[in-house]
Ligand binder design. Structure first.
Ligand SMILES: *Cc1c(COP(=O)(O)O)cnc(C)c1O
Length: 370
């Protein structure tokens, strides 16, 4: 039996750990743990990489969403439209700032917000749309932008899974008012712990974000806003400065792996392959199929050494903490169907062809046993 994990951090760090240790040592000689020079350098590197004017580091992708909402003045009595098919933080942060998460269903093909459903969810209280670039594929930002323009709404792109992805030639996370990034270890660019970032082309929003991440102060001990303690650690910036040099190659390797799956899995009638919008370029943070008898396939693959996972098993509108929103099963059928069919399989950059062929063979074997 071969072992193919969903993500192999050993393989990821094998060739770069020495380099990372050297950069970490530099931090230990200065002890500049709080917003040291590596943080500024990393922010500059990301803004160049994403072709955006400002990048403001913070403590996590979740905090980046909170900071973005606060910077845009979103809070009590406001509504923010988002997807019910995403990691919890997307809607959790909207609730956390006092606003109401309003869900709109996803498209059945791309798993991303359906622009038509967004328009139907708009009320007089809607302040913003928060599209999620799920699994590394940008949502339909042309349509979302024109809706935002028509109704005078802000856009916060939850780009935690999509660093470097593109839509219509533009970098994900730089198309709306503010875009966020997460450097959680399993994202395409992962820290050795938690870290996040906000991207914006607005000077005014960047200034506000810089204050909000340090309790809204400027100068020190003078508070214009009530913010958070959410700095990007210098140590994490040092790690990420090394890793971002490899990011383009890593994402290209994921794309190649995805293309290989697309070819080799195409003939299996019991599964549906990921669909990429013609204007979108995915970075494949996940390669997510829809599978007949999904749970059985998942157990079979795991029993045969293949890492796989369900992102996500329960729609956000049906989560216990959101019962106050009054939703019931059937409210967002595309999302609910996705939760019962999706399975993410290994697509990480360092995966070998032998490993990929093994994953493909196991999926074939499972359905051939019928
Ligand atoms: C990972 C993730 C987040 C949160 O990022 P953290 O760094 O873990 O706080 C938010 N939204 C989505 C879609 C994510 O995948």
């Amino acid at each position: 039996m071969m072992n193919v994990p969903l993500l192999d951090l050993n393989a990821q760090y094998e060739n770069i750990l020495a380099e990372i240790k050297t950069e970490m040592e530099k931090v230990f000689t200065t002890h500049a743990y709080k917003l040291g020079p590596q943080v500024t350098e990393f922010e500059k590197t990301v803004s160049d990489f994403c072709q955006v004017k400002h990048a403001v580091g913070c403590a996590s992708g979740t905090d980046a969403l909170v900071l973005a909402l606060l910077a845009l003045g979103i809070g009590d009595n406001d509504e923010v439209i988002t997807s019910p098919f995403t990691f919890f933080a997307t809607a959790g942060t909207i609730h956390r700032v006092g606003a109401k998460p309003v869900f709109a269903d996803i498209r059945p093909d791309t798993f991303n917000l359906d622009p038509e459903k967004i328009e139907k969810a708009i009320t007089s209280k809607t302040k913003a749309i928060m599209p999620v670039h799920l699994f590394g594929q940008p949502a339909d930002m042309n349509s979302i932008k024109s809706i935002a323009r028509k109704y005078d709404l802000k856009i916060i792109e939850d780009n935690a899974q999509g660093i470097g992805a593109k839509f219509a030639g533009k970098t994900a996370g730089t198309i709306g008012d503010i875009g966020t990034l997460s450097f959680f270890p399993s994202k395409n660019l992962g820290a050795m712990g938690d870290a996040g970032m906000c991207l914006t082309n607005s000077d005014a929003l960047a200034d506000k974000l810089l204050m909000l991440r340090v309790h809204g102060e400027n100068p020190q001990y003078y508070h214009r806003w009530v913010g958070l303690n959410s700095r990007l650690d210098t140590i994490q910036a040092a790690v990420l400065l090394v890793k971002i040099r490899y990011l383009q190659n890593w994402s290209e390797a994921r794309r190649k792996n995805a293309e290989y799956y697309n070819q080799k899995l195409a003939g299996i009638p019991q599964i549906k392959l990921p669909v990429i919008h013609p204007e979108a370029e995915s970075i494949y943070n996940q390669y997510t199929i829809r599978a007949t008898r999904r749970d059985e396939l998942k157990n079979f693959l795991q029993a045969h050494g293949v890492g796989c996972a369900v992102y996500y098993p329960l729609s956000l509108h049906l989560q216990e903490c959101f019962s106050y929103l009054g939703h019931k099963p059937g409210d967002f059928p595309n999302c609910e169907q996705a939760t019962s069919e999706v399975l993410s399989i290994p697509v990480y950059s360092e995966m070998t062809k032998i490993q990929q062929d093994y994953v493909i063979d196991q999926i074939r074997d499972f359905y051939n046993r019928e």
